[in-house]
Design a protein around this ligand. Structure first.
Ligand code: ACO
Length: 428
């Protein structure tokens, strides 16, 4: 393979180095191109721009491959635990039994939240969206752990910041929910596993305890694993770019939570259920809504369909579709919107509009249906995604800092007015 490409511009020839990844992906290194040729590149939405070299997640959108640190998502979803996958993503290797025990114990030990957080939560109106509450609470962690503001001074400080965040996010997420529904906040129980503990904090009350069904715990763990990382997506790029200014881990992850919130990204799981509910209320006519999605004069999009990188199938959606059938079957839930979802999928998969544009169900098309069956309220769906994505955000932030990456600062092509003189209207 040639290790450079040539750029011919205004009579000059510039050599641009070619970088190759371990899966033979090739990229042009244009970092010195402006200095040599005066040219920058333009790529709105970074559709064809690599922002970094990363050793965490490999995905091939054409072949529908997703691997964390080399391990196929199918194997991890079937065999591993969420905390094991989190360790893998953050530290690069699967933990041995002793390392896993230590990691689980550390995380369990740090699940409590400072009591002053209750004052913060009381300040939110009860109709506050839990994603806004969650990101505010994660930013607030910087106030309670000021040592986290400069965590790269020592490996121990990085580790404790990571452990605290992994441990406290489920507690904060459940508190955001309890605050919304006006129930007393519940404390974590350290004899429970990560998923069970979270479910208990969501659904128990001081009046009545709650023992999660193993089917529910297992389904939740699978969903968390499937969401754990997805290389340089919108929220992860946000975390890296915020962290590149040397903002703390908590500040960077809080920004990632906000980026995830939008309906074109993690907010799609909530939007899918709202869409399916609307279709059901309108008589359940899937074809009518397919036609709306295809109509360029109609802003309606088929939520949960399409993906920036998966142009064949989303391997996570395959696993989730099967999990949705299993969970609903085992729990005996008969959800009419699952039928509407299946009708929509079947119709879209043979419709030329969707086929030509390579639009397939993504991870969010079926995840909302499972969350519903697990009893998770709709506006908590994106919070569930955030719980799952946390190891990815942490691992990517850590990699970016350890590689000492420069501050993220894209350029632009200016299209505004040329210089003109100020018109004085006597404002001072
Ligand atoms: N419904 C109808 N048409 C669609 C859809 C959809 N869901 N998605 C894409 N298209 C069409 C576009 O209108 C466009 O058509 P055109 O070529 O005639 O103009 C074409 O397909 C390409 O779409 P883009 O928006 O250019 O693709 P992009 O890669 O920028 O967007 C995205 C990807 C944001 C995921 C988009 O497919 C979408 O909005 N999907 C619905 C929201 C969603 O499910 N988001 C979750 C993504 S997964 C995740 O973040 C976890």
């Amino acid at each position: 393979m040639s290790d450079f490409a040539e750029l011919h511009f205004e009579g000059e020839v510039y050599k641009l180095p070619v970088v190759e990844g371990t899966e033979n992906e090739k990229a042009l290194d244009i970092s010195k191109m402006r200095g040599q040729s005066g040219l920058i590149t333009i790529d709105p939405g970074y559709k064809n721009t690599g922002s970094t070299e990363s050793a965490i997640t490999f995905l091939d959108g054409e072949k529908g491959i997703l691997r964390y640190r080399g391990y196929p998502i199918e194997q991890l979803a079937e065999k591993s635990s969420f905390l094991e996958v989190a360790y893998l993503i953050i530290y690069g290797e699967l933990p041995n039994a002793e390392e896993l025990k230590k990691w689980e114990t550390e995380i369990t030990y740090h699940t409590l939240i400072h009591e002053d957080f209750k004052v913060l939560l009381e300040g939110f109106p009860s109709n506050a969206h839990p994603m806004g509450v969650l990101s505010s609470c994660v930013t607030a962690l910087t106030a309670f752990y000021p040592d986290s503001l400069d965590p790269v001074r020592s490996k121990d400080e990085v580790r404790i910041s990571i452990v605290r965040l992994m441990a406290k996010l489920p507690t904060l997420a459940s508190w955001a929910y309890k605050n919304e529904i006006g129930q007393p906040l519940l404390y974590p129980k350290n004899n429970m596993d990560y998923a069970s503990n979270f479910l208990r904090m969501m659904f128990a009350t001081p009046a009545e305890d709650f023992t999660p069904d193993p089917v529910v715990v297992s389904a939740l763990s699978t969903l968390l694993i499937l969401h754990a990382d997805h290389e340089q997506n919108c929220s992860t790029s946000t975390v890296r770019i915020v962290g590149s200014s040397h903002a703390s881990l908590y500040a960077s992850v809080s920004a990632g939570i906000n980026a995830l919130w939008g309906p074109l990204h993690g907010g799609a799981n909530q939007a899918v259920i709202e869409m399916l509910e609307a279709i059901k209320a309108d008589g359940g006519d899937a074809d009518k809504y397919l036609a709306k999605a295809k109509d360029k004069d109609d802003p309606f999009r088929l939520m949960g369909f399409g993906h920036r990188v998966y142009k064949n199938f989303d391997p996570r959606a395959r696993i989730i579709k099967k999990a949705a059938d299993d969970v609903l079957g085992k729990l005996g839930v008969n959800d009419p919107i699952l039928e509407i979802a299946k009708k929509l999928e079947e119709a879209a998969l043979v419709d030329p509009y969707f086929v030509e544009r390579k639009l397939y169900p993504n991870v969010d098309f079926y995840s909302g249906i499972i969350y519903r069956a697990l009893g998770i309220p709709t506006n908590m769906f994106t919070v569930m995604f955030a719980l799952g994505r946390l190891p990815g955000w942490i691992g990517q932030w850590k990699e970016m800092r350890e590689n000492n990456e420069p501050i993220g600062r894209p350029r632009q092509v200016y299209t505004g007015e040329n210089e003109r003189d100020y018109k004085d209207v006597g404002s001072r």
